[in-house]
Design a protein. Structure first.
Length: 548
């Protein structure tokens, strides 16, 4: 079972048959780097060349998993008495420590993912990572994220508090910003007061190792429990299922394939354990006729840049277009075809992503989509796939909507050509849940009536609705929703990006009924503990103390 979409483990061997001379990297358990109890080993690959990288990493057996869970359970109890300011201090120090090793991190992430050093890794993703860690620190120290609520007359008080050990399964496509040991899930879980057990993605174990080293230093410097941050590089599929359903786990966060996510979800659900999944999204973009007439070439540029950015390996990659039949649409698709053919594809993240993309494009064609351009791997070193555009008529799409909504993760997109406005609405009604949905309309108002018809349908099927904008950018904003209806995520009520809301995934609502004031958590006592925390007191939001 592959937990990470197209990102398979490049090289796995039994330890006894090891032919590499590089020492096996240790795992981080209970504050110590120690030899793994390994059932096998693996090496990452350089996707640009296809070459195996020299460092060797362990596939931990259950003994390692159990030890990490035991240490995390102890740390969770200890963290309950740690002041939020110390947790915030740790996150801030971690951000500083990442920046101190920026050059090394960028270099190894480039080798493991083939993502360009600049601007992608150095100037965009790494600053985003340290920025969200610092935002999480501010939210942790300020405290309003916990939604403290006080009924002073009945002396009933509640707030959100840490849920316990959080397991994070990181994805392959963001080695820093969504990494299991530095990304948004990590920042939110730590800021909410939980220890984290990070399960690295095997596509970039070296970058993850360096991040974990810096995280451990920050935890130690701030006086947090040693097991606040732990790292396992990989585990057997059956151990992954056992892991997320273990009684000691508070919650799990997973980013990857739908198949892997649903298997983990079934195991966690059976044990009554929360799991937050980001799995599959084709992010429909609707281009209305007036917009096409007004600025079709500009939209073609925007779509091409968004669709082919990093060879389409974004969870918000626009993979589905909805347009109305007409000469303008035919000409526009031809202009997009020319742009796709002119732009050189970037390397895919792994051999597994390349295989998955080939299979996805083939499945779309078998379901009735016709090939406009691309559609095949590119021979040569590394893993590349021709920029691919497919098209299907509205009636064909409606005849096989499930098959034609399969995600082809990478530089491929499908255009659906609706016969008229009503059919466009029917197409949107048949869409699965997605992270994003975009509508382009003209600025003069000729599309307004059609927008009013289509937008409510699309709105109910996406977590984030955009106007006149491609969806690939995900701002680290308190107002951001990086979530959506199934199958984009496992639950439509939560976001993976946007502090402080993302912290509440890793919290439980605790209520105190007639508990003596001295025994209450500081956030629920009559006095506002820091004077900045917003609390809901007797029906109104305030930073004041409870009135006597």
């Amino acid at each position: 079972m592959n937990y990470h979409g197209g990102g398979s483990v490049p090289t796995i061997r039994c330890v006894a048959n090891d032919k590499y001379s590089m020492p096996l990297h240790p795992v981080l358990i209970a504050g110590k780097w120690r030899p793994a109890n390994a059932s096998g080993t693996f090496h990452a690959e350089n996707p640009a060349t296809g070459e195996t990288l020299p460092d060797e990493y362990p596939i931990s057996d259950w003994q390692d998993c159990g030890a990490a869970l035991a240490a995390a359970a102890t740390a969770a109890v200890e963290l309950r008495s740690v002041a939020p300011e110390r947790i915030a201090d740790s996150l801030t120090k971690f951000a500083d420590a990442i920046e101190a090793r920026c050059a090394e991190l960028v270099e190894i992430a480039h080798q493991e993912t083939a993502l360009v050093k600049t601007p992608r890794l150095q100037d965009i993703e790494l600053p985003r990572t340290t920025g969200q860690l610092r935002q999480a620190a501010v939210a942790a120290a300020e405290g309003s994220w916990a939604l403290p609520t006080i009924d002073s007359k009945l002396n009933i008080r509640s707030y959100y508090a840490a849920i316990g050990p959080v397991c994070i399964f990181g994805p392959n496509n963001f080695p820093f910003a969504f990494n299991a040991v530095s990304g948004g899930d990590f920042a939110a879980a730590i800021a909410a007061g939980n220890p984290v057990i990070a399960k690295a993605h095997p596509s970039h174990p070296g970058a993850t190792r360096i991040l974990a080293e810096q995280a451990l230093r920050a935890v130690s410097s701030s006086g947090l429990p040693p097991a606040t941050v732990q790292l396992l590089y990989h585990m057997q599929p059956e151990d992954g299922l056992r892991f997320v359903s273990d009684p000691r786990v508070g919650a799990t966060a997973f980013t990857g394939s739908r198949a892997g996510g649903l298997r983990l979800k079934a195991a966690a659900d059976a044990a009554g354990k929360p799991i937050y999944l980001e799995m599959s999204s084709i992010n429909p973009v609707v281009i209305l006729p007036g917009a096409l007439k007004e600025r079709g070439e500009k939209i073609a540029d925007e779509f091409t840049n968004s669709s082919l950015l990093a060879s389409g390996q974004f969870c918000t990659n626009p993979g589905l277009l909805v347009l109305l039949r007409g000469d303008a649409t035919t000409q526009w698709l031809e202009s997009v075809k020319q742009r796709f053919e002119k732009q050189s594809p970037a390397p895919l993240l792994s051999a597994g992503v390349a295989r998955s993309l080939s299979a996805g494009v083939a499945a779309l064609r078998e379901a009735g989509a016709r090939l406009v351009t691309g559609g095949a791997p590119i021979s040569g070193p590394g893993y590349k796939f021709a920029n691919t555009l497919l098209a299907v008529d509205g009636p064909q799409f409606l005849a096989a909507p499930d098959r034609l909504q399969q995600e082809a993760f990478g530089n491929a997109a499908l255009a659906v050509i609706a016969e008229d406005e009503d059919q466009a609405e029917t197409i949107l009604e048949g869409l699965e849940g997605n992270l994003t949905g975009s509508i382009y309309s003209d600025s003069a108002g000729s599309d307004d009536a059609l927008y009013t018809q289509l937008a409510p349908v699309l709105r109910s099927r996406v977590g984030r609705l955009l106007n006149d904008k491609m969806p690939t950018g995900v701002a680290v904003s308190a107002a951001m929703n990086h979530g959506g209806p199934f199958p984009s995520t496992g639950h439509p009520g939560f976001t993976a990006v946007g502090l402080p809301a993302s912290m509440r995934r890793f919290a439980m609502l605790e209520c105190f009924d007639n508990v003596r004031r001295s025994r209450l958590p500081e956030a629920l006592r009559d006095e506002n503990p820091n004077g900045r925390m917003w609390r809901w007191i007797d029906g109104r939001s305030t930073q004041n103390d409870v009135e006597s």
